[in-house]
Design a protein around this ligand. Structure first.
Ligand SMILES: Cc1ncc(COP(=O)(O)O)c(C=O)c1O
Length: 367
């Protein structure tokens, strides 16, 4: 085991992610290494998943219904859910769909978005599918994978900026994945600033300009259900949706995840509470860090469920990561995967558990 692979990741074949340390902490308090919702899992959805265990002697529905329709109505409440549902695919986590969409793109070069770094699973999937990695500015790449809002940097582009970037930097034939897993945190109007809504634009871009934009969402963050595995993708056209669907194994979303999804989509109160508490906890954490660690720089949009913290010094950062883990409040180091060893990512959490993290970091106050 190395400090960096948490004893669980096979670094020769897998990408490092947070979220593994908690099980090895005897004194575990809270997982600050992931970007999940600080409210915890929505209770009604959890109850639905537990109840669904009684159905495990049956196959899940092969059409993922009624969960697929429930998600379509959640995504397009203003109308058009019936038509747009024909573009929607559910997956065993966004991870399954990231891999599937990438595998149907024309092999060649892939490029990330222009942010300083981004979620690394796109690199792994692209390399596994035979793509070589090129610079964000290389417009000859036929695959562009962007993350907006960007995990871990916390950068956020409004929808018009994302559309402009795609229109201006993609050549004909490019497959584009925009990962909007963190978009629902924006607030009650999150859909208005999302590419999920931009159906006419995406279809025209695909049919007229040959630029195929897929909108990816992991639902395991906003609904804090990383164990259940739940993601979706919206295809630019029905034909492309079908091309990917034809490559998907049957029943990849299990019965517990499907029932969880239906219940979560119906839980408007949980999202209202999320939009109320997350920006407050985010601002409080920033204020606490600014007071205790004035030399550290905190990055990220104020509505997000995590902070991206630059300590300015790799040794200080390694000490912060070690101290947090020892106190039962693990954070995500920026070293493995992102290769940014002065940074760590910390989830936004309520005062009771945040206090434990701040106490663990306190001895580093003048570093
Ligand atoms: C931006 C982003 N996309 C996708 C994923 C993968 O999500 P899932 O758990 O649904 O496979 C993550 C997980 O950390 C993520 O941060």
């Amino acid at each position: 085991m190395t400090a960096e692979n948490q004893g669980t990741w096979d670094s020769t074949t897998q990408t490092f992610h947070g979220g593994q340390d908690w099980k090895f902490c005897d004194n575990f308090v809270e997982d600050f290494s992931v970007t999940t919702n600080g409210l915890g899992t929505p209770e009604k959805a959890m109850a639905a998943a537990v109840a669904a265990c009684s159905k495990i002697n049956h196959y899940p529905p092969s059409d993922f219904e009624p969960a697929l329709t429930d998600l379509a109505e959640f995504l397009w409440p203003e109308g058009g859910a019936k038509e747009s549902k024909e573009l929607l695919l559910l997956g065993n986590g966004a991870s399954e769909l990231i891999d599937l969409v990438i595998r149907q793109a024309e092999p060649g070069k892939w490029r990330p978005g222009p942010q300083r770094t981004q979620y690394k699973e796109y690199a792994r999937s692209a390399q596994a599918a035979g793509f070589s990695t090129t610079d964000a500015a290389d417009r000859s790449a036929m695959l562009l994978c962007m993350v907006n809002p960007t995990n871990p940097t916390g950068d956020y582009w409004p929808v018009d900026q994302a559309k402009k970037y795609i229109e201006e930097t993609c050549a004909r034939g490019t497959t584009v994945i925009v990962d909007e897993s963190m978009q629902p945190w924006l607030g009650p109007r999150w859909r208005e600033d999302s590419l999920i809504r931009e159906r006419a634009w995406a279809r025209a871009l695909s049919e007229d300009a040959g630029i195929h934009v897929w909108v990816m969402t992991s639902w395991t963050k906003i609904w804090s259900c990383t164990g259940v595995r739940l993601g979706s993708v919206v295809a630019p056209t029905r034909a492309l949706r079908d091309a990917v669907k034809a490559k998907q194994v049957p029943w990849s979303v299990n019965t517990m995840a499907l029932d969880f999804l239906s219940a979560a989509c119906a839980d408007a109160d949980y999202l209202a509470r999320t939009w109320d508490v997350t920006p407050r906890w985010n601002a409080e954490t920033r204020a606490d860090l600014a007071a205790a660690h004035p030399r550290w720089t905190v990055h990220g949009a104020p509505f997000l469920s995590w902070l991206w913290i630059d300590t300015g010094d790799a040794a200080t950062c390694a000490a912060a990561v070690a101290r947090a883990k020892a106190a039962g409040v693990p954070v995500r180091s920026g070293a493995p995967g992102y290769n940014l060893p002065t940074f760590f990512r910390a989830a936004v959490r309520p005062a009771e558990t945040r206090r434990v993290l701040l106490a663990a970091l306190a001895p580093l106050a003048h570093k």
